[in-house]
Design a binder for this molecule. Structure first.
Ligand SMILES: Cc1ncc(COP(=O)(O)O)c(C=O)c1O
Length: 416
């Protein structure tokens, strides 16, 4: 068994990291989307080559396609520690949250309040704001600290009372990498009588998600940021599901799968998810002697290792940015490397964020700049959303050498 996370083993599982052209680049836009692991590619291509027919018919090919889809739902449920009927596979998180918001209409009355944050990606704000406008609800904002972009726990207390019917929060910021204590937030919101909807898109690539442990009502993430296919996964607690207005044809059964994913998921994406599970299992087998427990327990063991690796990898970058006189590092600093996601955002005095990204291209380093749809966060931080921040985002397959290369390039690109 390797001592610590075997990043070379992980990197060997990604065609893009071993492609002669792609591997010339240091790819640090993983929060935008990760590379796809070999196992997911294989599952998807096998399905497309040999079995892409409409599922749930009588002929054997269709039976097999249905089994693949059912298998994917079982795997997702096991991964999240959810019930099989509590998981929905849709096209992406933005659509999934919009559909959920539409389905939650019967739960609100005019005059009710909802809480959104200004730390979220707009996917977990816009859906609720549109609902509020349509139903005449009051929107209360849990504001971030304008210096750090963190959500202070006291800020929730200030907006939470029995008028609040919904609290929509991010698990992790897709800009600052700050991780929120969702279990504590959910407990507080529940005491006030509110439903809790969590955007876990920026969290799921870096940690195991146990929806029962968190005790939330809905949780969304996007597998294209977790080494898998382009899709969106939504957990909805059965007690919430029972009270939703279905969003599919009225004559269809009242299940989350049918009613919250009208039109059905891409079956090749479902196949790809089986590949992501295979990859997780391969990482588990590489690092742990016995294959025990359900997938979410194995995922927790694997993510324990990858989180330590990610923290060690980004530490030099956090140190360099925190120390640079022209840089404003947003979010948790170097001392908190182990408590944050490896998504690092900064601005540079006297230099547009887009120009920093541009200046790194000759070094074959791929970062990205902008507001990352966390448009309200940019405003709260006093930044112009049009230029936004520079974001360097690592994931478990990012190597120490790659981040060291970025730190060295920044020395050239950002003279002090
Ligand atoms: C935190 C967060 N939430 C939601 C989304 C939207 O996800 P999707 O592209 O699946 O709609 C993103 C995408 O970048 C994100 O980073």
């Amino acid at each position: 068994m390797p001592d610590g996370f075997d990043v070379a083993f992980a990197r060997a599982q990604f065609p893009a990291l071993n492609d002669p052209g792609t591997r010339l680049w240091t790819y640090l836009d993983n929060a935008g989307g990760t590379f796809v692991c070999q196992a997911a590619v294989q599952h998807m291509s096998r399905f497309l080559e040999t079995g892409k027919v409409q599922p749930y018919g009588a002929h054997p090919l269709s039976v097999r396609a249905g089994q693949s889809l059912d298998h994917a739902y079982r795997v997702l449920a096991s991964l999240l520690n959810a019930g099989e009927d509590e998981v929905v596979l849709g096209p992406n998180t933005t659509v999934n949250l919009n559909t959920l918001a539409a389905a939650m209409r019967p739960l609100f009355r005019a005059g009710d309040a909802i809480v959104t944050t200004d730390q979220d990606h707009e996917a977990n704000i816009g859906a609720w704001r549109r609902l509020a406008e349509a139903l005449d609800l009051t929107v209360r904002v849990w504001h971030v600290d304008p210096e750090t972009g963190a959500l202070p726990p006291g800020g929730l207390d200030a907006v939470l009372d029995e008028a609040v019917r919904l609290v929509a929060v991010p698990h992790t910021s897709n800009v600052t990498g700050a991780v929120n204590d969702v279990a504590a937030i959910a407990a507080k919101a529940r005491r006030a009588g509110a439903w809790v909807v969590v955007d876990g898109v920026a969290h799921a690539p870096h940690a195991a998600v146990d929806v029962k442990g968190l005790d939330v009502d809905a949780y969304a993430f996007s597998p294209y940021k977790t080494c898998g296919p382009h899709a969106g996964v939504l957990y909805v607690r059965d007690a919430l599901m029972e009270r939703l207005a279905g969003q599919n044809h009225a004559f269809l059964p009242d299940t989350a799968r049918l009613q919250l994913a009208p039109g059905g998921p891409a079956p090749e994406a479902a196949a790809g998810l089986l590949g992501v599970a295979d990859y997780l299992n391969a990482l588990y087998a590489r690092h742990f002697p016995e294959a025990v427990g359900p997938l979410h327990e194995r995922a927790a063991a694997v993510f324990g290792l990858t989180a330590a690796h990610e923290a060690a990898v980004i530490r030099p970058l956090l140190d360099a940015l925190a120390d640079h006189p022209r840089v404003r590092l947003l979010g948790p600093g170097p001392e908190a490397a182990a408590e944050r996601a490896p998504t690092v955002a900064f601005t540079v005095d006297g230099m547009a964020s887009a120009d920093v990204v541009e200046a790194l291209l000759p070094h074959r380093i791929a970062l990205r700049s902008g507001h990352f749809y966390a448009w309200r966060l940019m405003q709260a931080l006093g930044l112009d959303p049009a230029d936004g921040v520079v974001r360097a985002s690592a994931v478990h397959y990012t190597s120490e050498a790659e981040v060291r290369g970025l730190v060295e390039a920044l020395e050239t690109v950002l003279p002090r």
